[in-house]
Design a protein around this ligand. Structure first.
Ligand code: HEC
Ligand code: HEC
Ligand code: HEC
Ligand code: HEC
Ligand code: HEC
Length: 348
């Protein structure tokens, strides 16, 4: 027993030595790759790998189906939501209504590794006939076959809106203020913002050409050599996720882009609070954006079309949650141009 414990310890030390070496040789990706292959060999058995993966998955928001009050209103159960918010509905391909087998499930192993999820990973491209794209502006595979395994993630993280039509409806008075519903996929490919007449947003294809897209950055290998399953970006993986291109990167705030974006998002939020007279702006499914006093009471305010566009695009950039990283040029351009349309001056 003691002997095997000692051996396990020796292996751990060996792994950390390899990891140490790999961090010092960030500028040489060839060495880095072979160090990880070694770590995989030294690291863990298949069972241990699945145990570790399961433990990571449990820390993610994907583990539980999201519920609301009343329970029938839950994204995990409600018509129009389950195909993204309920793992077994997604996997089954029955994207019509309700739950499968009368149970609400989170996004579990089966959601991604069986049925629809498995098919998307294998196909490596979007299937725009899926319900996920109904009512959106997305009519073809905007990744042009570049999604790889990321096609799985992009199908749900696709924003769920048709902003040009939303804006027309808002001006005509036929619909309220929809908010962007988490479109990291389109953003990477330079899409998804509410358009501004006469303006073409800048974009960069740099992060769109990364093989397997989301999966490459968000599921980069752990030190034990398997794909990480917390889905959140992990600072320990900066070298593998970014270092191959951004040599020597120590964190995600490359050239201070995240710090800068955070500041600019706050400037825009201050502007929104200024023109609406609100102390707080909230998002809600049925009414879109709502305005509130400091004590929480709602205020009635009707933004101009340019103000609504600024709010939509501010939430697009904020709700993307990468603080500019996914597509730095696009996210800056969208925020700046929308701000300019309201205030007359840009942000960069
Ligand atoms: C096309 C896929 C898709 C559909 C359809 C969808 N969602 Fe979501 N939803 C997401 C994603 C992806 C996230 C979170 C992404 C993130 O954290 O960046 C999310 C997050 C949320 C959140 C938490 C964040 C917030 O805005 O408060 C709520 C609540 C929510 N969805 C409600 C709903 C409801 C209600 C419906 C149906 C009326 C629905 N969603 C339909 C993909 C979808
Ligand atoms: C079946 C739809 C679906 C698929 C497929 C999907 N997501 Fe999500 N994702 C969601 C929803 C819905 C949420 C919000 C969950 C909640 O708040 O209840 C979410 C949340 C997240 C979050 C933030 C919350 C957290 O703590 O985990 C990340 C990061 C994420 N997803 C990344 C990914 C990546 C990477 C992939 C592909 C490997 C992926 N997602 C595939 C629907 C999906
Ligand atoms: C949101 C989608 C998603 C969920 C949920 C998910 N996986 Fe995965 N899994 C993936 C993707 C994508 C890959 C491929 C990663 C790659 O190729 O880098 C993968 C890879 C794997 C691998 C191979 C790892 C390797 O590096 O060889 C195993 C094993 C695995 N998953 C097990 C699980 C288990 C067990 C669960 C549930 C606890 C689970 N997965 C939940 C998306 C998911
Ligand atoms: C170039 C690498 C890269 C790619 C590709 C990428 N992301 Fe991210 N993502 C990031 C970084 C960096 C952050 C910010 C992490 C931080 O600041 O802690 C982030 C943040 C997020 C967050 C907020 C939760 C978190 O991890 O902090 C979600 C959700 C997310 N990304 C989803 C996606 C989805 C879905 C895709 C594919 C469409 C994707 N990302 C592709 C690098 C990437
Ligand atoms: C496949 C190579 C590649 C990978 C991997 C990659 N990037 Fe990039 N990134 C680029 C290129 C090329 C540019 C410059 C392109 C542009 O902005 O037009 C860039 C630009 C950026 C910028 C803008 C820099 C500035 O000064 O404006 C940030 C921030 C950034 N990347 C963050 C990240 C982070 C964080 C990761 C890892 C999570 C990452 N990148 C992974 C290739 C990559």
């Amino acid at each position: 027993m003691k002997k095997s414990l000692f051996l396990a310890f020796a292996v751990l030390v060996a792994v950390s030595v390899f990891v140490g070496v790999q961090y010092q040789t960030v500028a040489e990706p060839a060495i880095e790759t072979s160090a990880f292959a070694e770590a995989a060999v030294l690291g863990v058995s298949n069972l241990e790998m699945v145990e570790k993966i399961s433990a990571e998955w449990k820390t993610s928001d994907k583990a539980f189906a999201q519920v609301s009050t009343p329970i029938t209103n839950s994204p995990g159960q409600r018509e129009g939501c389950t195909h993204c918010h309920n793992g077994m509905v997604f996997a089954s391909g029955v994207h019509t209504n309700g739950v499968v087998g009368d149970h609400m499930t989170g996004l579990n192993c089966q959601a991604c590794h069986t049925g629809t999820g498995e098919e998307l990973m294998k196909a490596g491209k979007l299937n725009v006939s899926m319900r996920h794209f109904t009512g959106t502006y997305i009519k073809s595979d905007f990744t042009e076959g570049k999604a790889g395994k990321g096609a799985l993630c992009i199908t749900c993280h696709s924003g769920r809106r048709d902003p040009a039509t939303n804006l027309k409806g808002y001006i005509a008075g036929t619909n309220g203020m929809a908010y962007s519903h988490y479109g990291q996929g389109p953003i990477i490919f330079g899409q998804g913002a509410m358009p501004i007449e006469g303006v073409t947003f800048k974009t960069s294809s740099a992060h769109a050409s990364i093989q397997d897209s989301c999966v490459a950055c968000h599921m980069s290998d752990t030190k034990d050599g398997y794909a990480s399953h917390s889905f959140k970006m992990n600072k320990d993986n900066v070298a593998t996720a970014c270092g191959t291109c951004h040599t020597g990167a120590k964190d995600f705030d490359i050239n201070g882009v995240q710090t800068d974006m955070y500041k600019k998002l706050n400037i825009v939020y201050d502007e929104i609070k200024k023109f609406s007279g609100a102390a707080e702006v909230r998002t809600s499914g049925s009414t879109g954006f709502t305005f509130h006093k400091a004590d929480g009471t709602a205020i009635a305010y009707k933004p101009t079309p340019a103000q609504y566009t600024l709010m939509y695009n501010w939430y697009l950039v904020k709700g993307d949650k990468s603080k500019g990283v996914h597509n730095p040029q696009y996210l800056k351009s969208v925020l700046s141009e929308s701000y300019k349309a309201v205030t007359g001056k840009g942000l960069w």
